[in-house]
Design a protein around this ligand. Structure first.
Ligand SMILES: O=P(O)(O)OC[C@@]1(O)O[C@H](CO)[C@@H](O)[C@@H]1O
Length: 313
């Protein structure tokens, strides 16, 4: 079983434009859709679509309209009651596959609500193979929140604790790497650069590897670094591999990284080796980018074509 925690879920509104976005202009949209989103929820949707059991933990008020979209997704969700309401994030996509994303801060959590989210995650993690901690932290939640969750899960479950993946950015990721020793992190090029104070935007796999090696395995068990259309890099204690996606038509890149993480975890629970985990991660990321909105890919959505892989070390 896989458990995900989304501390800051979002109702993802995607607007598709028939022409490139013109800032400051009035433009007619072609279509719109809404998905129950937030990084951990997106991971959970891809995992469930692949037939693996998954529980998604999230803070959610009883009367939140987000629950309608969440129920529609068919996820097994553990809702931790809070007073605030889920944010709505906006993605605007154009015919060239360029996405503009506007994210709101999210509902403020009180100290009691934060403790309830930690407790619910510890409970849900019993017997799980993976715990995926994903996304930004909402207002009121301190930067070391993921460290707190990791420590609580490991303290309660000991040797039976699940492997823990962290998909975050900025101070939340920095704290998790400095103090939590996650089993896996999944930064993109920019987030990895922020972590070490370097500009890695657009970097190739070898450059990203040189940076990631400073973290793996001393600070994190492994790093899956997504590089957008250039594919991804996997670094663990035993080696490093790079993979590139098959050709696709990009529709919406929102959630592609989440699907990559889902692909990695799915391959891991199926007993696949590091290179095959990376291959499935890249395949899932490509599938998500070829689907509209934050739609999570099912196995049938995986694009045809190879995912060429190179061993780097
Ligand atoms: O504010 P965060 O949590 O960093 O990002 C939120 C978000 O952009 O991430 C997902 C795509 O990865 C979307 O479902 C959601 O809108």
């Amino acid at each position: 079983m896989i458990v995900t925690l989304t501390a800051n879920p979002s109702l993802d509104r995607t607007i598709t434009l028939p022409a490139p976005l013109q800032v400051g202009d009035v433009q007619g949209a072609q279509s719109a859709r809404e998905d129950a989103g937030g990084k951990g929820i997106n991971v959970a949707r891809a995992v469930v679509a692949a037939g693996e059991p998954c529980v998604a933990v999230l803070p959610l008020a009883m009367d939140d309209p987000f629950d309608t979209a969440l129920r529609g997704s068919g996820l097994d969700a553990h809702r931790v009651p809070i007073a605030g309401h889920v944010r709505a994030n906006l993605a605007i996509t154009d015919p060239a596959g360029i996405t503009t994303k506007l994210n709101l801060p999210g509902a403020r959590l009180s100290p009691d609500e934060i403790s309830a989210v930690v407790d619910a995650t510890v409970t849900a993690a019993a017997g799980a193979r993976w715990l995926v901690l994903a996304g930004s932290l909402p207002p009121g939640v301190p930067d070391d929140f993921y460290v707190r969750v990791i420590e609580a899960v490991r303290a309660v479950h000991g040797a039976q604790a699940p492997l823990i993946a962290v998909d975050a950015s900025g101070p939340a990721l920095a704290a998790a790497v400095a103090h939590g020793h996650p089993d896996l992190i999944k930064p993109n090029d920019e987030e990895l650069g922020d972590l070490v104070g370097a500009d890695l935007t657009g970097a190739d796999a070898q450059t990203a590897l040189d940076v990631a090696r400073a973290l793996v395995p001393d600070r994190v068990g492994a790093a899956l670094v997504t590089l957008g259309a250039r594919g991804a890099l996997l670094v663990d204690a035993d080696g490093a591999w790079a993979a590139v996606p098959p050709p696709i038509r990009v529709v919406s890149t929102v959630g592609a990284g989440d699907s990559s993480l889902a692909g990695y975890v799915l391959a891991h629970v199926r007993g696949q080796q590091a290179d095959e985990r990376l291959r499935l991660a890249v395949h899932y990321g490509a599938a998500a980018a070829s689907l509209p909105g934050t739609q999570a890919p099912a196995p049938d959505d995986l694009p045809l074509g190879d995912v060429p892989l190179t061993r780097l070390t």
